[in-house]
Ligand binder design. Structure first.
Ligand code: NAD
Ligand code: 6OD
Length: 484
């Protein structure tokens, strides 16, 4: 059986306690994961501190940049291994991971190497009563040891989205991957060693949240800052842990993202984009669309076209090039999503398509499969319209006017993302700023320029990362005032 070890101070570390990693495809155990206890977390934090005090802390920016370029190249050189590991853990289609998860895993190191190389700091000359003046300039310094707590939906992409900038800024990290997806973070340890990243800069500890590695990292007094992606409830628990010691947090959390489709949209583009935003990664994308508001004149046509698209998605295993949708991450998550499918039916939804478990071949029947599902006929107060489901499902509702749809789109505790589909750019400019969300796409979805601010409003997040915004979190900006 494959063993997944912790990666501490440049070494792969076994522990006395393991847990099972099961395949989403058939629920079979595919690996034993070595769970880190307090001792391993202590060792990882100590290794990170030693790296900061040692060779890593002494590198120039140019030297760090070279190493991070090396990490990106190292991921690309072992692209197929990362692809196989990511798809084994998540069950996602290889066609998706090949163009999204793995390339972005590499790009996250390159982009932040470029950012740190090119960002200037500020300087203010000031007058003083003696006429000689003073000069203020600022320098950025690493915050120290960063705890990185990761989810399972885009494991390598989202982990490197944090580790890339953290290392570019000169920090050392202790990463806690999701218990569901331990493999690619561990494999990255091999790349770090091969490239010559000093020992202790990148550490990985495996385990769960409460009473396990997640809690041990976030409550550790010598972890200086915590960056997190996951559920809003977990983010709140982590914020409480970070309050002890007044440590900074960056939180990227849940969503209940709307799409707004106007009758004047490019219809085919809106259908293509919405199919992706609802069903990509089996609906397990934080930015995914779970509520669709369609202007009444095209409502029936839109519902029919999205239904055709959903029914055209082939459900299957990762390696099948014709697979459009894989399983959910786990049987546990399948139960959660199916509980919403049941609830929607009980609440009187019209099930336009799906609503259950697909027929799968015998060898896949124990996997976490669910049908792509579309509902109509529920109102904004329904739990289906309010709670994050995180599956391949969406509720479509008609609307009649701009003010109405803005109010309904904003009527949520979340504020992560929104897509607006219209050919009227004046309208797009008018509406986009009124949407209470960190990210608004017009005529697109998940189109990412990594220099732009990324994060959630309301209960979808605290802080922004991306480009220079990541530097705000991963560095201390220090003012130095020189009296002349
Ligand atoms: P989760 O919150 O269950 O787990 C995330 C991580 O937190 C895991 O590594 C888990 O072990 C750890 N954890 C859990 N409890 C903890 C605790 N008390 N202390 C420390 N660590 C703890 O989230 P998930 O199920 O892995 O991911 C799905 C969720 O993530 C969805 O809500 C989705 O919207 C959200 N998400 C948000 C973004 C974003 O950018 N805003 C991106 C991806 C996913
Ligand atoms: O593209 C990104 O940088 C990013 N953080 C995406 C998040 C996707 C959520 O599932």
């Amino acid at each position: 059986m494959k063993q997944i070890h912790n990666f501490i101070n440049g070494e792969f570390v076994a522990t006395g306690k393991t847990f099972d990693k099961r395949s989403p495809l058939d629920n079979a155990i595919i690996a034993k994961v070595h769970e880190a206890g307090r001792g391993e977390v202590d060792a990882a934090v100590a290794a990170a501190r030693a790296a900061l005090a040692g060779p890593w802390g002494k590198l120039t920016v140019a030297e760090r940049v070279d190493l991070l370029y090396g990490v990106a190249d190292g991921i690309n050189q072992r692209f197929d291994e990362f692809l196989a590991a990511e798809c084994a853990d998540t069950g996602k289609p290889m066609s998706l991971a090949r163009h999204l998860d793995i390339p972005r895993g590499a790009a996250n190191f390159k982009i932040f190497a470029d950012v740190i190389k090119n960002v200037p700091t500020e300087c203010f000359e000031m007058a003083t009563p003696d006429g000689r003046g003073a000069m203020n300039y600022s320098v950025r310094r690493p915050v120290g040891v960063v705890g990185v707590i990761c989810p399972w939906n885009l494991p390598l992409l989202l982990m490197t989205w944090k580790v890339g900038p953290a290392l570019a800024c000169g920090n050392a990290v202790v990463v806690k991957p999701s218990e569901e997806t331990p493999q690619t973070a561990t494999l990255l340890g091999e790349v770090m060693n091969a490239v010559g990243i000093p020992k202790g800069v990148y550490n990985v500890v495996h385990g769960f949240g409460p009473n396990s590695a997640g809690e041990f990292v976030t409550t550790h007094a010598r972890v200086d800052a915590i960056t997190f992606t996951g559920e809003t409830r977990t983010g709140a628990a982590i914020m409480q842990a970070a309050a002890n010691g007044g440590r900074p947090v960056s939180l990227e959390m849940g969503g209940k993202n709307p799409a707004i489709v106007f009758a004047d949209c490019d219809f085919d583009a809106a259908i293509e984009g919405t199919l992706r935003s609802v069903f990509a990664n089996c609906g397990q994308v934080c930015l995914g669309t779970e509520r669709i508001y369609v202007e009444r004149p095209i409502f029936e046509r839109f519902v029919a076209a999205l239904k055709r698209g959903a029914e055209g998605l082939k459900i299957g295993p990762p390696e099948d090039a014709t697979t459009g949708i894989g399983p959910l991450i786990s049987r546990e998550h399948q139960s959660k999503v199916l509980s919403y499918y049941k609830r929607a039916a009980e609440l009187g939804a019209t099930v336009v398509t799906g609503g259950g478990v697909p027929e799968m071949p015998e060898h896949l029947k124990d996997g976490a499969w669910v049908q792509p599902t579309i509902w109509t006929g529920l109102d904004d107060d329904s739990p289906i319209a309010r709670e994050e489901i995180f599956g391949p499902c969406t509720l479509i509702q008609p609307f009649d006017g701009e003010d109405e749809v803005i109010r309904r789109a904003n009527d949520t505790q979340y504020g992560l993302a929104c897509s607006i589909w219209t050919r009227d750019l004046a309208r797009a400019h008018r509406i986009a700023p009124q949407i209470e969300a960190g990210l608004v796409w017009v005529n697109s979805w998940f189109l990412r320029d990594l220099r732009t601010p990324f994060g959630g409003a309301k209960q979808s997040g605290i802080g922004r990362e991306g480009g220079v915004h990541s530097l705000e979190f991963y560095t201390e900006l220090k003012n130095i005032c020189i009296k002349l």
